[in-house]
Design a protein around this ligand. Structure first.
Ligand SMILES: *Cc1c(COP(=O)(O)O)cnc(C)c1O
Length: 357
């Protein structure tokens, strides 16, 4: 069978390996993992690879992705990372646990759970500086008291999320605050909080440096499992694969051309006035891939091919040191934003590799 182009090649053994290394590492200080599948559109095979590598939960921000994994027979505890009021019924039906920050929404979850004769489990998120989702710590006790009065809701933990909106690094200070919050709530309400979920792929450096991880016993990891990096500095985590995903596309033109456009420069396809470096006449390679498929700034060419620019459907490369001809394949590494859109594009086929390459 001829391979489809463009396609994203996904190495399941590499993802499983990354999940295993991270599970083993974090388990040393009693931290369990949620494997986060939102960047890969809840692909069931990838979720299975994460579970095979030892993650205890699968977490996604979209209930649709969770329903897709369940329909495919993935069996684990599913956590919904972002809860919308209007989806309360499917959240109760589809998710085992959801992350929450608003009383109105939890009230609706309780209402729907009652209709369905279920108990819905929640993790309440605390705002510890990143200024995205979360209940302010000073409001936490009153918030918990209100939730405890609801009949069909079970609080199974608290959590926080940093380094997403405000770029705030997890450190001993904010992680310490989360631990204190857990202890305070447990004492005040004679409650047990089995899950204290301290963050995401940005928590790696804190974890490596801290002598005491306190009450933190869970992290929610997407990028470090999928792409092998922590996210505060974008550094590779020792022992992990960074190339579990490769984007492969096809050369559709290869010609010697002047590197400078000729004529009067106006605006390009996106309304910008472009400028160019004079490289003389050189080999220019066009690949059938464009901004419609991926943000080109998120692509890394592995074959000494410099990316010169792109439009909606064409990627222009400096092919001076290559012998790429029409029909040949070119492969690219992806960063998180490129992975996210490549996995979502209807034009990019998905191809699973089950052997180590
Ligand atoms: C996306 C997300 C994560 C995972 O983030 P990574 O940087 O991919 O590890 C964790 N928690 C929440 C709430 C998220 O939205």
């Amino acid at each position: 069978m001829k391979s489809l182009l463009p396609r994203i090649e996904i190495s399941l053994p590499k993802i499983r390996h990354n999940a295993r290394v991270l599970s083993t590492l974090y388990r040393k200080k009693g931290i369990s993992l949620m494997g986060v599948t939102k960047a890969i559109l809840g692909e069931p095979l990838i979720a299975r690879a994460m579970i095979g590598g030892g993650v205890k939960f699968i977490a996604d921000s979209r209930i649709e992705n969770i329903l897709k994994m369940k329909a495919a027979g993935v069996s684990t505890s599913f956590v919904l990372l972002r809860t919308a009021f209007s989806q309360a019924e499917s959240v109760v039906l589809g998710a085992d646990i959801s992350l929450n920050t608003e009383l109105e929404t939890i009230l609706e979850l309780s209402h729907q759970a009652k209709l369905l004769q279920k108990v819905h489990r929640i993790i309440i998120m605390a705002e510890l500086g990143d200024r995205r989702e979360g209940v302010m710590p000073c409001d936490f006790p009153a918030f918990i008291a209100s939730v405890l009065s609801l009949p069909c809701i079970d609080i199974v933990g608290i959590g926080c999320n940093l380094a997403c909106y405000g770029g705030i690094e997890p450190d001993n200070n904010n992680m310490g605050q989360l631990s204190i919050l857990a202890n305070t709530i447990e004492e005040k309400f004679s409650l047990k909080l089995p899950i204290v979920s301290g963050g995401n792929s940005a928590n790696y450096r804190w974890y490596q440096r801290t002598l005491d991880s306190g009450r933190i016993n869970n992290l929610r990891l997407g990028e470090s499992i999928l792409l092998g990096r922590e996210t505060v500095n974008g550094e590779v985590i020792v022992g992990l694969h960074t190339d579990a995903f490769r984007l492969i596309a096809e050369v559709i033109e290869s010609k010697d051309k002047s590197s400078l456009p000729s004529g009067t420069i106006g605006r390009d396809a996106f309304g910008n006035v472009p400028s160019f470096l004079d490289r003389g006449v050189h080999r220019r390679v066009i690949v059938a891939l464009g901004r419609q498929d991926v943000p080109v700034s998120g692509l890394k060419s592995g074959e000494c091919l410099e990316i010169l620019g792109s439009s909606s459907d064409h990627l222009v490369l400096d092919g001076e040191n290559t012998t790429l001809s029409v029909g040949k394949e070119v492969s690219f590494g992806l960063d998180y934003k490129a992975l996210l859109s490549a996995m979502t594009s209807p034009f990019i086929a998905k191809s699973y590799v089950s052997q180590y390459s």
